[in-house]
Design a protein around this ligand. Sequence first.
Ligand code: SF4
Ligand code: SF4
Length: 73
Amino acid sequence: MTFVDTDKCDGCGTCVSVCPGNALLINNRLTVSPEKCVSCGVCAKVCPFGAIVLTENAGLTEANRLSGSGLQD
Ligand code: SF4
Ligand code: SF4
């Protein structure tokens, strides 16, 4: 799962542009669509403010990924 610390996020949009699942949306503030997120971690790496955190709950993330997005690799 991906969480955004809205206090740290300045809305630069960098993470939105790199997200492979189009899971991120800026509309006043950044939101994450859990059903689209594939937990790749790219957004957290590119964020200049450390505003994005991925949890370690891999089992839950995998379940959400397969049931929510239909993406299977
Ligand atoms: S972890 Fe990957 S898929 Fe999920 S919001 Fe970040 S860039 Fe998008
Ligand atoms: S890259 Fe970081 S600061 Fe920029 S919009 Fe995404 S979460 Fe916010």
